[in-house]
Ligand binder design. Structure first.
Ligand code: G6Q
Length: 522
C-alpha cells in the first residue's frame, strides 16, 4: 500500500492544534510541573530506558491531538509499509529495509518478491568470521605479521555511522586501532598515513556506489602508498570493500572474496547495521556488534507495536513537530552527558537534516509549512561552559534532548555524581529559571544590595525552556543500538507527518555535479 499523501495542515487535527495552540501558547512549564503525577503521566519507561517529556509546553490534550494527527496522516500504515519492504522511497524506487538488517525473527521480508533475510544472515556470518580472524591475529599481512590498524575509507553514510559507533563504544574496544578517512582534503589522509605501517594495516573501503569522488581518491592514494612497500599480489591481504558495485571493486584490484555486500534497499545514512558496520565489528568484536543490532531491534519492535501515546519515537517526533510548526522553533539541541557520545550530534545532523530537509511534498508540490529541524549539539558538561548561555538566556526557543546514563563505565562515582547533577541542574534551570524575586533575595544576602537595580535584569532566567530527558541505565552496545534506532524512527515519523520523502537526498547532487565540471575545466 502506497504512503498516504495528505497535507498535514489540511487535517482536522491540525486545525484543532492551531486552536489549541492559541489557547495554551503562554503556558509555563513551572506551572505544569505542579500538576499531580505530571512526571509519571509524561514519561515512558522501556526496559533500560526512561524518557521523561514532562518538561515541555504540552498538556494531555496537546498529546492527544498530536496523536490524532499521527493517525489522520496514516502513520500506522506507513510504519507497516516500511517494515514490510514496500517501495516507500518512491523517488528512487526502493524499499527501505534497515530494520530487516537487525531483525532476528524468521518471518520472511520480501523485496521485489524475494526474501532478503537469507542474504542478511549470510553477510552477518561473513562479518563474524572475518572479524574473528583479524582480531585473533590469524589474518596475516604480506610480511606475515598480524593486523594492528584498520582504516575505514568512506564518506557520509559510509563514514559517520561507523565512526560515531566506534567512538561511542571505545570502552568495549579491542587492541586494534581504527582510523576513519573521509574528506577529499589530502591533508586528512596524509595525517592518517603518518600513523600507519603498511605491513600491519587493513583498509576497509566502504562505498555503496564505489564511484564517490572522495572515497575513490582516498582509496587510490592509500593503495599507491601501500604499493611503495608491497606488490599488487599483496592487495588481497590488506584491502577489503563494502559495496554494491562489484565491477568497480574488481577494477580497483580487490579480491572477490574480500567483498562484503550492500543493497539498494539500505540507505547510506541508515547503513551502519549492514556490512558498512564492518569496522565496528572489527573494533569491538562481533558479539558487541550483534548486541548493537539487538538493541536496535528492541526499539524497532517498540516502534512498530506500541500505541502512539506510549511510543517513544512517535512521542518525541510529535513534540518536535509541535515546537517546529506551532512555536516556530527552528533548531533542536542534542546534548549527551557522556564524552563517548561526542560524535552523536554530527551523526544525527546527517540522519535528520539529509532525511527531512525537504521543501517539496509527496505530491511534488512546494510545501507552505516548515519541515526538517536543524539539529546541533555537543556533550555536557563541556557545552555548559560554551553555548548554553544562549539556550538559557538568548532570544531563541531551542528544545533540547538531554541524554544521560545512570551509571558510568569506569566507576569514578564522584565524577558521575557531579556529571549527573549538572545534567539535572541544566534541565531544571531551563525549565524553571530564576525569578526576579529570587535574584533580588540572592543579591541581598550576598551583600550586593547596592547593585540590585543594576544587576537584576541580567541575572534573571525566564525559564520555560523545554527539554526531554533520555536516560539509560548504562552505555552498552545494546543501549546504543536502541538510542540510534529511536532517532531513526523519529525521523521517519516526522517525514510522514510533514508529507515528505525522508529517504532520498537529491539536495546533495548539484554541488557534486558542479565540482566535477569545475575540476574538468581546471
Ligand atoms: C546517505 C547518503 C550519502 C552517502 C555518501 C557515500 O544517505 O546517500 O551520505 O552515504 O555519499 O556514498 P557511497 O557509499 O556510495 O560512497
Amino acid at each position: 500500500m502506497a504512503l498516504k499523501n495528505i497535507n498535514p495542515t489540511t487535517t482536522n487535527s491540525w486545525k484543532e492544534l492551531t486552536n489549541h495552540f492559541n489557547y495554551v501558547k503562554d503556558i509555563n512549564i513551572k506551572d505544569l510541573s505542579k500538576e499531580l503525577n505530571r512526571k509519571e503521566d509524561f514519561s515512558i519507561e522501556f526496559e533500560d530506558l526512561l524518557v521523561d517529556f514532562s518538561k515541555n509546553r504540552i498538556t494531555k490534550k496537546t498529546i492527544a491531538i498530536l496523536v490524532e494527527l499521527a493517525k489522520e496522516v496514516g502513520l500506522k500504515e506507513a510504519i507497516e509499509s516500511q517494515f514490510n519492504g514496500e517501495v516507500i522511497n518512491v523517488t528512487e524506487g526502493r524499499a527501505v529495509m534497515h530494520t530487516a538488517l537487525r531483525s532476528t525473527s524468521d518471518t520472511p521480508v520480501l523485496v521485489e518478491g524475494k526474501n532478503i533475510k537469507p542474504q542478511i544472515q549470510s553477510a552477518l556470518r561473513k562479518i563474524k568470521s572475518f572479524s574473528n580472524k583479524v582480531i585473533s591475529g590469524k589474518w596475516k599481512g604480506y610480511t606475515g605479521k598480524s593486523i594492528t590498524d584498520i582504516v575505514n575509507i568512506g564518506i557520509g553514510g559510509s563514514d559517520l555511522g561507523p565512526d560515531m559507533i566506534v567512538e561511542s563504544l571505545q570502552f568495549y574496544k579491542n587492541q586494534l586501532t581504527t582510523h576513519f578517512v573521509s574528506n577529499v582534503d589530502g591533508d586528512h589522509v596524509s595525517e592518517i598515513i603518518k600513523k600507519l605501517n603498511p605491513e600491519t594495516t587493513l583498509f576497509v573501503i566502504v562505498s555503496k556506489t564505489f564511484t564517490t569522488q572522495e572515497t575513490i581518491t582516498n582509496a587510490e592514494t592509500l593503495k599507491n602508498w601501500f604499493l611503495k612497500s608491497a606488490t599488487i599480489f599483496d592487495i588481497p591481504k590488506h584491502f577489503v570493500a563494502v559495496s554494491t558495485n562489484l565491477e568497480a571493486v574488481d577494477n580497483f584490484g580487490i579480491d572477490k572474496n574480500n567483498v562484503f555486500p550492500m543493497w539498494d534497499w539500505v540507505g547510506g545514512r541508515f547503513s551502519l547495521w549492514s556490512a558498512v558496520g564492518l569496522s565496528i565489528s572489527l573494533s569491538v568484536g562481533f558479539d558487541h556488534y550483534k548486541a548493537l543490532l539487538e538493541g536496535a531491534e528492541e526499539m524497532d519492535l517498540h516502534f512498530r507495536n506500541e500505541d502512539f501515546d506510549k511510543n517513544i519515537p512517535v512521542i518525541l517526533a510529535l513534540i518536535s513537530v509541535w515546537y517546529n510548526n506551532f512555536y516556530k522553533a527552528e533548531t533542536e539541541a542534542v546534548l549527551p552527558y557522556s564524552q563517548y557520545l561526542k560524535k552523536l550530534p554530527d551523526y544525527l545532523q546527517q540522519a535528520v537534516m539529509e532525511s527531512n530537509g525537504k521543501g517539496v511534498d509527496r505530491n511534488g508540490n512546494k510545501v507552505d509549512y516548515q519541515t526538517g529541524t536543524i539539529v546541533w549539539g555537543s556533550t555536557g558538561t563541556n557545552m555548559q561552559h560554551a553555548f548554553m548561555q544562549l539556550v538559557h538566556q538568548g532570544t531563541k526557543l531551542i528544545p533540547a534532548d538531554f541524554i544521560g546514563y545512570k551509571e558510568s563505565l569506569y566507576g569514578l562515582t564522584d565524577h558521575h555524581k557531579k556529571l549527573m547533577s549538572n545534567f539535572y541542574g541544566q534541565i531544571e534551570a531551563l525549565a524553571f529559571g530564576k525569578t526576579k524575586e529570587e535574584v533580588h533575595l540572592e543579591l541581598k544576602f550576598s551583600g550586593d544590595e547596592d547593585k540590585i537595580n543594576q544587576l537584576l535584569p541580567f541575572k534573571v532566567f525566564e525559564g520555560n525552556r523545554p527539554s526531554n530527558t533520555i536516560l539509560f541505565n548504562k552505555l552498552t552496545p545494546r543501549s546504543l543500538g536502541k538510542l540510534v534506532a529511536l532517532y531513526e524512527h523519529k525521523i521517519y515519523t516526522q517525514g510522514i507527518l510533514w508529507n515528505i520523502f525522508s529517504y532520498d537526498q537529491f539536495g546533495v547532487e548539484l554541488g557534486k555535479e558542479l565540482a566535477k565540471k569545475l575540476l574538468k575545466a581546471q
